[in-house]
Ligand binder design. Sequence first.
Ligand SMILES: Cc1cc2nc3c(=O)[nH]c(=O)nc-3n(C[C@H](O)[C@H](O)[C@H](O)COP(=O)(O)OP(=O)(O)OC[C@H]3O[C@@H](n4cnc5c(N)ncnc54)[C@H](O)[C@@H]3O)c2cc1C
Length: 394
Amino acid sequence: MTRTVLISGASIAGPALAYWLGHHGFRPTVVEIAPALRTGGNAVDYRGPVHLGLLERMGVLDRLREVQTGGTVMRFVDEHGRTLMEMPAGFAGGDLEVLRGDLSRILCEASGDRTEWIFGDTITALAETAAGVDVTFRSGTRRTFDLVVGADGVHSTVRRLAFGPERDYVRHLGYYVAGWELPDELGPGRDTLHYNVPGRLAAIGGDKAFVAFSSPEEIVYDRRDQAAQKRILRDRFAGLGWEVPRMLAALDDATDLYFDQICRVDVRPWSRGRIALVGDAASGATIGGMGNGTAVVAAYALAGELAAAGGDHTVAFPRYEALVGDFARRAQRGGETTGRFLAPRTARGIRMRNWLHNRSWFMGLTMKVAGDRSSKIDLPACTGLSAASRLPPR
Ligand SMILES: Cc1cc2nc3c(=O)[nH]c(=O)nc-3n(C[C@H](O)[C@H](O)[C@H](O)COP(=O)(O)OP(=O)(O)OC[C@H]3O[C@@H](n4cnc5c(N)ncnc54)[C@H](O)[C@@H]3O)c2cc1C
């Protein structure tokens, strides 16, 4: 009988899965490579009845509402600060927007003492046997778990170890994004200000800088080398006006740089033997693909199907993917156009984008597509979920 499940990653999908596994009587262990839970981070959103309904069932919705950002208006301006286009707070902020750090903390707290937490370590080898998965950690520890789940993001280590190299599953979508902290005096107030030149976007919101730039070719760089990433950014944004020089000056001192390509993860199936993937590791799109909401839905379904199958992963893993796969891939499609939206490659493209998004009918359509993508899933059809719904409340 499956009891022990090792989950790699303590961001969104990992803690959500730990919560539901614990709820169903499994013994989850979460290993996170960072030395501690990250605080702050970018804002992420939930939208529609499926996302919010699940958060409510987890008992975290009220706590998340206490820390919600309230969303921010996205204002696109020219070099003189004149508004060219404005997106309402609900466009990026959905029905509930929170900082990723707050969300991780609240999800981890909800999983509580039913979960074993290991920070500052990572899996370095996985060997499946008939009885379980033998896991080696970077710390040298060796343990055996019944199942292993990769919830370690678009560049998942579990996926690389168990499924194969990243290039087989991750497609570059032609853009890069980056974010870092700014000194307080640069913050413009409530709205996030965005400035474009063809193929590039610079934005300031609160105490954070965010940039995006077009790069049809993949850039070769070391993911751990922040100095190299800063050089790439300085090179791409050199000579631009508006607030860009001050943003680049702040980059020199930034210790928390986030830098990544916009990419799409495409893995089928989501499991190999006793090892499965959840969240961005299975179906991520870096940004714009509702990965945060999908992570919570997928975690719920995976734990529910395992419970319904009495822990038999050979039954549960395919059912989990059948239930969530199409939903996740529909949501993921948003990521295909994120780069083009943020930083159109031509001046004409920028004008077209502004014109379209200033039309209320187009915004209405965009919001409807997002609403549909976030809620078109028949969760009650999952046998695990109906079983879960019969359990007494925590
Ligand atoms: C700037 C930005 C804005 C975004 N805005 C939104 C939004 O508004 N709405 C939305 O739905 N989504 C948004 N997203 C996407 C969203 O953040 C992701 O889809 C979501 O975080 C996926 O959660 P996850 O738990 O699957 O993976 P991740 O959040 O990527 O977490 C992976 C975790 O695994 C850990 N990890 C990595 N490697 C290892 C390893 N080897 N061993 C152990 N642990 C490891 C990482 O440290 C991390 O804690 C945004 C993304 C970005 C970059």
